[in-house]
Design a protein around this ligand. Structure first.
Ligand code: HEM
Length: 509
């Protein structure tokens, strides 16, 4: 009996080989082309670069920076961890090939870790479904809608200024959690139309999404956690993440249900005549726009609405907070530029602190915008993004085969001296129109690029500008932490390990 089974098994091998011949051939070609790219240093048999990748966020950050600076690994190299491998990309030409068309829309493995939370929201979705959803959401970020958010950003700024005046004058303050609370307030108001401190369960929700982000960051550094079934069913970390996700979903579902009950549709037009819009008076949130779309055009269902609200919460909160934090630090470290930004604000708003900036005022603040852009160059909130190729890409460095995961290292592209002379220097004049003209368009990609770029980029810049106006009109920023003393770490979002401290000195009246 055993012998018969053995013979059947052995004789079926050639049949299987013939059946899967095409797939096996493709797989061999895929591996052969992938491994033609150089492999990151210190790569150990079977383990690959696991010893560098499965450690602390600080070590990973430094290891990746070391590889990315190595001339022999440029412009793209493989990094491997056990059976997983991905191509790290450092060259704007390859970035352009990857992100400028709608061909390579699929995100890399790392994004699957946020899928339990975000479902098929815009960030994680792919193919036709992504395209359809992007079409539904684009009008929600039209400038006429964004104008309606400015008063909420001003509320958030007022709260932040009061907090600093009350507790943090003239002493070193870690600005990171303060900025995070402020942008959380902003994104809650604009996406769900609520204030977390005034809603039952709001505080718990706030804590849960922070814990959830930590779980996901930790998982991304532990390849043995990559398999969903093993992670969620077997490991304590996975079960804990599952529990948090359920709680976060329950909270958001509840908000959506409550809103839907009393919801009245409205007419929306995105021409330039904002003053007359019906929705302006109502102070609508992004959620209202989605509910309106659901009822009027049937273009999104309840699950879709929940996924998008969760996606805004994830993408629109910490990213902006991190930028605000680093911009404040850079202005504190560069007093002359800080004074010039202050002069620009006073020139546009005058000295009466009661006059809050409008959308048009913020648009006029060119120097402030260049400072934010330069801060995003030095400290891109999203230090890398990932794509899977949907077909071969021929590059000067070799063929990137179909199906390969690629990671575009924004942080290092932004510090490449070929495109950014004296890259460590904070120099907002790099973004004067005359200085941008001849630069490679994909050498500056804090919001990614092409059709899958950040849908919230204008939202983010407006929010940061509003807060900077409030802070700089009330305080002089003095340096405590500097770029030289910061210890950066690699998470899904770029962070400073010990926060970012600055001093707020009241401006003399
Ligand atoms: C300074 C702040 C921000 C930065 C640096 C930033 C950066 C990025 C980057 C690099 C991507 C591309 C991700 C990828 O391809 O994998 C992205 C996508 C996205 N961002 Fe932002 N973001 C910011 C703020 C915001 C805000 C405020 C929102 C929402 C209110 C938002 C919503 C999104 C969404 C929904 C996507 C997915 C777009 C798509 O795939 O079609 N982001 N962001």
């Amino acid at each position: 009996m055993y012998l018969e089974c053995f013979i059947i098994l052995i004789s079926s091998i050639p049949l299987l080989l013939i059946y899967y011949y095409k797939d096996i051939k493709e797989w061999i070609r895929y591996r052969r082309l992938s491994f033609k790219f150089p492999v990151a240093d210190e790569n150990i048999f079977i383990l690959g670069n696991l010893l560098d990748l499965a450690t602390s966020n600080e070590h990973v950050f430094n290891a990746v920076r070391k590889w990315n600076k190595s001339e022999h690994l440029k412009p793209a190299y493989l990094v491997t961890a056990g059976p997983y491998f991905a191509l790290n990309v450092l060259c704007p030409d390859i970035v352009e090939a990857l992100v400028s068309s709608t061909k390579h829309l699929q995100k890399s493995l790392i994004y699957s870790f946020v899928k339990k939370w975000l479902g098929l929201g815009l960030l994680t979705n792919t193919g036709d479904s992504w395209q359809a959803r992007r079409k539904v959401l684009t009008p929600a970020f039209h400038f006429s809608i964004l104008q309606g958010f400015i008063s909420l950003f001003n509320d958030e700024t007022r709260k932040m200024v009061e907090l600093i005046k009350g507790n943090h004058l003239n002493v070193p303050v870690n600005i990171a959690p303060i900025a995070s609370d402020a942008t959380l307030y902003g994104i809650n108001g604009t996406s769900m139309g609520i204030r977390l401190d005034q809603v039952e369960g709001g505080e718990e929700y706030q804590n849960n999404i922070r814990k959830l982000s930590n779980c996901i960051s930790l998982r991304s550094l532990r390849p043995w956690y990559f398999n969903d079934i093993f992670y969620f069913f077997i490991t304590t970390a996975g079960r804990y993440e599952y529990k948090l996700t359920k709680a976060v979903h329950r909270f958001v579902d509840d908000i959506i249900k409550k809103k839907a009950k009393t919801f009245e549709t409205f007419n929306i037009s995105t021409d330039n005549n904002f003053e007359q819009f019906e929705y302006r008076k109502k102070k609508l949130a992004l959620l209202d726009l989605l509910l309106n779309d659901k009822i009027k055009n049937n273009s999104i269902d309840d699950q879709g609405i929940r996924d998008e609200v969760n996606t805004f919460m994830f993408e629109g909160h910490d990213t902006t907070a991190v930028n605000l934090t680093f911009t404040l630090m850079l202005l504190a470290c560069h007093r002359k530029i800080q004074d010039e930004v202050y002069e620009e604000i006073i020139h546009i708003l005058g000295t009466d602190l009661k006059k809050e900036p409008t959308y048009n005022d913020l648009q006029e603040m060119g120097l402030m915008e260049r400072c934010i852009k330069e801060s995003l160059r030095l400290y891109p909130s999203v230090p890398f993004i990932g794509r899977v190729t949907s077909e071969d890409i021929v590059t000067r460095a070799g063929i990137i085969p179909k199906g390969l995961s690629t990671h575009i290292h924004i942080y290092d592209i932004h510090r490449d001296p070929k495109y950014w002379p004296n890259p460590e220097k904070f120099d907002p004049s790099r973004f004067l129109p005359e200085n941008c003209r001849d630069r490679h368009p994909y050498s500056y990609i804090p919001f990614s690029g092409g059709p899958r770029n950040c849908i919230g980029q204008r939202f983010a810049i407006l929010e940061v500008k509003t807060v900077l106006c409030g802070i700089l009109r009330n305080f002089i920023l003095e340096p405590v932490d500097t770029p030289e003393t910061l210890v950066l770490i690699q998470e899904l979002i770029l962070r400073a390990r010990d926060g970012v401290k600055i001093k707020f000195v009241p401006r003399e009246k």
